[in-house]
Design a protein around this ligand. Structure first.
Ligand SMILES: Cc1ncc(COP(=O)(O)O)c(C=O)c1O
Length: 384
């Protein structure tokens, strides 16, 4: 249909996300898709059976706004076991339609027009639009290259009386960096005595390598007291298409998040919540996840030996950054497209994760793929 009516965009600089662009290009060209962050293998069939069972049992109507109680209880129990902090399932846990919704809800809950929100880039692409749509001002601090460490001096310099929120992400997409004890000390000192809140995107919480402890905000009383912690069952149970995630936060913060959630989606898919509760209540699958993905990372790295790509450290998440400066000086987005077209492997450039700084010569490869997919992709990449 043609129309002369135009909407004045609230997000004028946003186009189709790079994930959609690269996945579409990969599909059109029949390329191996190591771009978008989702597994090419299926979830546990018992989880599908559980969803079916709950559907047949008639659990097909609206779930409670805050999520079904068994799942909220299982989430709370997980935090208590893993991080020693008790969140009240009644008032401090909310199930959302993916981690993305939880992030949006948290930002919308606390950012007033003109409030400043510190983001550490490269960052997941939903953060900045969420801030802008709520009238906030993103204040960007760049992670150091190539470690993708947090420059705490730069973060301190970015804080002003208008700073309302800091968004952090560990394990990190796209870099695979993780917060360490020194970061926790810096963060604790930074926010002490301030009104700064934290959105802690921990969707890769169960995908962390080499025996490193995931530094959830929940482990640290002063940080937990001001944090919305975000999780995603898509990442944990290989079910990104189900779009079920959650937030945990102290009751006064959660009360505000729920006010947003109830008008964004109201509630989340009912039978899937019951099935996830069945799995999560006995922690099914959690302990195996890090070794499973660490083996995939190590396989991919082994397969890439002898290529002209240089791996950067990946300590968590299911992403591997590869420096391609030995191959070309092309901009990352151009090279990612050419790699897909000429060599049949799709990846993700980091430029769409950046808002101020120049993109280095790296591409992100997702190794949440069957071994055979990784072998075929690496065979092509070794020839580049
Ligand atoms: C860092 C990060 N945060 C949040 C999300 C969103 O999770 P969900 O698919 O549950 O919305 C993703 C998904 O790729 C992610 O990588």
């Amino acid at each position: 249909m043609t129309s002369t009516i135009r909407v004045q965009s609230r997000l004028p600089s946003v186009g189709t996300t790079i994930f959609t662009v690269m996945s579409r290009l990969a599909a059109d060209l029949g390329a191996i898709n190591l771009s978008q962050g989702f597994p090419d293998f299926d979830c546990d069939p018992a989880l599908v059976d559980a969803v079916t069972r709950h559907m047949r049992a008639g659990r097909n109507q609206y779930a409670p706004m805050q999520g079904v109680l068994p799942l909220r209880e299982a989430i709370a129990a997980k935090y208590e076991t893993y991080h020693g902090r008790r969140y009240d399932p009644e008032t401090e846990v909310t199930v959302t339609s993916g981690g993305t919704e939880a992030i949006f809800d948290a930002v919308a809950a606390c950012v007033h027009p003109g409030d400043e929100v510190i983001v550490l880039e490269p960052c997941y692409d939903s953060y900045v639009p969420a801030i802008q749509l709520n009238g906030g001002v993103p204040v960007v601090v760049t992670l150091t290259y190539p470690e993708y460490a947090i420059d705490w001096g730069a973060v301190r310099a970015a804080v002003t009386p208008k700073t309302r929120l800091l968004i952090i992400n560990s394990p990190h997409n796209p870099a695979g960096a993780v917060l360490g004890p020194a970061d926790i000390r810096e963060l604790t000192a930074l926010v002490a005595g301030s009104g700064i809140l934290i959105v802690s995107d921990e969707v890769y919480e169960h995908i962390i390598f080499d025996g490193v402890q995931h530094e959830s905000m929940a482990r640290h009383a002063e940080l937990a007291a001001r944090s919305f912690i975000i999780g995603s069952f898509g990442k944990t149970y290989h079910t990104t298409g189900w779009k079920v995630g959650y937030a945990v936060a102290p009751a006064p913060l959660m009360e505000e998040l729920r006010k947003v959630h109830q008008f964004v989606t109201f509630s989340t898919h009912t039978p899937v919540q019951y099935a996830l509760a069945d799995f999560l209540s006995d922690r099914r699958g959690l302990a195996e996840l890090s070794p499973f993905f660490q083996a995939k990372r190590d396989l991919f790295l082994r397969l890439m030996e002898g290529s002209r790509f240089t791996p950067l450290p990946s300590r968590g998440s299911y992403f591997q950054l590869m420096d391609y400066s030995a191959i070309t000086t092309e901009a990352d987005a151009d090279f990612a497209v050419r790699l897909t077209k000429e060599h049949g492997v799709a990846s993700i450039p980091t430029s769409p994760f950046l808002h101020g700084s120049a993109a280095p010569s790296v591409l992100r490869f997702c190794f949440a793929k069957k071994d055979d997919t990784l072998e075929r992709a690496a065979e092509r990449l070794r020839k580049v």
